[in-house]
Design a protein around this ligand. Structure first.
Ligand SMILES: *Cc1c(COP(=O)(O)O)cnc(C)c1O
Ligand code: SF4
Length: 347
């Protein structure tokens, strides 16, 4: 076993272990973690200060996950956009390839929380083979995004096999990897991994920092290794109530990312996934955060604030003029120019 695999194996997976670690009582959380799995690697555990802090909220199960009647199990309509199970094809020229069902840490706000870390996330070799075959026979696809789950939880040789088969397809011009391990398990970013990855340029990696407390020397070193290998680094943040829904936190996060050679890419409005309502903020919150950053902060530090519309209608950049109405009666203009009603929450 490599060092990162040993570290992953030492993760806390039961709320009872958290009670012991922090000396607090967390009665009944097993009911949540048996539905939506929990995993917290030792590295991230050490960054958590205690109940309710912004890292705790991202990582520790919460009763609110079970008490939501109206969330969507497939908020982005991804199941209908899957020509084969391991692939999502929504935009003509790019696809999402689901290569791993597991993550180092199971984020409580995950869009795919109905699937990640459970048996329903089947990323077996045969599923991946079928998806690569689809890509190879679909000439419009020039951009392949490896996702899951977390692609960097695959062992180097499995990842290498997927990358080299994709690279063998003439029309695949670029590959992106979406991974949260620089944030949750930075020891996974080894020099050997980076050497292997650097054979598959142009390669982009979008990671997922949500709070300045996640910008540590360890995560900075992981990002430096990746950047030194020529991988272009971006960051996708989810706007989360009680975690980062404040302009000053967002400013520190985004300028801190630039210092680590990571370019802020998207700020996602928390979508309508079932079991995540307690994280949702009004759209007005995101708009006012963006307004507070624009001007006072380097333009490079500004992500695009986007909303992924339900039913597979796609991502829209949320500019003030893309939204009309207020309170709960909000409409958002879809990429096709239609006004779509969106269940915003009042501010
Ligand atoms: C977000 C997303 C992409 C990538 O979109 P970009 O705006 O190019 O980053 C591709 N496919 C699906 C299904 C997506 O949700
Ligand atoms: S790392 Fe990404 S896919 Fe995995 S649980 Fe977190 S948000 Fe979901």
């Amino acid at each position: 076993m490599e060092a990162w695999q040993k570290e992953l194996a030492a993760s806390l997976v039961k709320p009872a272990a958290l009670e012991e670690h922090f000396g607090v009582e967390l009665p009944g959380l097993e009911a949540v973690s048996s539905r939506y799995p929990m995993r917290i690697p030792p590295y991230y555990l050490e960054l958590m200060e205690g109940p309710g802090d912004p890292l705790w909220r991202q990582a520790v199960p919460d009763f609110a996950e079970l008490s939501e009647p109206q969330g969507l199990s497939d908020p982005l309509g991804e199941d209908d956009l899957s020509p084969v199970p391991a692939l999502i094809h929504r935009y003509a020229d790019r696809v999402v390839l689901l290569v791993s069902g597991a993550c180092a840490l199971y984020c409580r706000f995950c869009t795919r929380k109905r699937r990640v870390g459970t048996e329903t996330m089947d990323c077996s070799n045969s599923q991946i083979d079928a998806a690569i075959e689809y890509i190879a026979t679909t000439p419009a696809v020039r951009d392949v995004i490896l996702s899951g789950g977390d692609p960097l939880l695959l062992e180097d040789h499995r990842l290498e096999s997927i990358l080299s088969r994709l690279r063998a397809v003439d029309h695949v011009e670029m590959i992106r990897i979406g991974s949260r391990v620089p944030v949750t398990l930075p020891s996974r970013i080894t020099p050997e991994l980076c050497r292997m990855l650097s054979r598959f340029h142009p390669l982009y990696l979008n990671t997922h920092f949500n709070h300045p407390a996640e910008l540590t020397p360890e995560s900075a070193a992981a990002c430096a290794l990746l950047a030194d290998s020529g991988i272009v680094l971006g960051n996708q943040t989810v706007l989360l109530r009680g975690v980062n829904d404040h302009p000053e936190i967002m400013r520190r996060l985004n300028v801190g990312l630039l210092r680590m050679r990571v370019r802020p890419y998207y700020l996602h409005q928390m979508d309508l996934a079932c079991g995540t309502a307690h994280f949702r903020t009004p759209i007005a919150t995101g708009l006012s955060i963006m307004e507070a950053l624009r001007g006072p902060t380097s333009g490079l530090a500004l992500p695009h604030y986007v909303i992924d519309l339900p039913g597979g209608l796609g991502k829209v950049e949320l500019l003030p003029e893309q939204r009309r109405g207020s309170g709960e009666a909000v409409e958002v203009r879809s990429p096709a120019g239609l006004w779509v009603s969106y269940p915003d929450i009042g501010s």
